[in-house]
Design a protein around this ligand. Structure first.
Ligand SMILES: [Zn+2]
Length: 129
């Protein structure tokens, strides 16, 4: 399993993460199959350095927008001012929402992706031109 993003989208997400510091940033990844087509930056209503959450009405709007563009929410992005590994809270939410979770570490400046199957599994991040 993998998630595929363009180099431009990777740049967009790392910029979003850095501009949200010291807090975590978050975004929905809209696309088809494994390919991200559009990034939808969301507001971290926690305004926290260790967690994020998105208001339910904003989640609904994002899903409606995806549907209107004939895309799916194929992933959830958020950043950590720490290691790019899921926190215990992340793991709980990954289980509820088993799409690909893409995490960017602003300290290590790298991306890692995970998905919940019977356990948390790492997903390859493919970067295309
Ligand atoms: Zn997290």
């Amino acid at each position: 399993m993998e998630i595929s993003l363009t180099a431009g989208q990777i740049g967009e997400l790392s910029t979003l993460a850095k501009s949200s510091l010291p807090n975590e940033s978050c975004a929905f990844l809209l696309g088809k199959n494994d390919n991200v087509v559009e990034i939808l930056p969301m507001r971290n209503s926690d305004e926290s350095t260790v967690s994020f959450s998105i208001e339910p009405q904003e989640v609904l709007r994002a899903y409606d927008l995806a549907e209107s563009k004939k895309l799916h929410v194929i992933g959830i992005f958020h950043s950590h001012p720490a290691k790019p590994a899921p926190s215990s809270t992340d793991k709980r939410f990954m289980e509820i929402n088993p799409v690909v979770w893409l995490i960017y570490s602003t300290t290590e400046q790298r991306f890692r992706a995970y998905v919940y199957g019977s356990d948390i599994m790492e997903v390859a991040v493919k970067i295309t031109a």
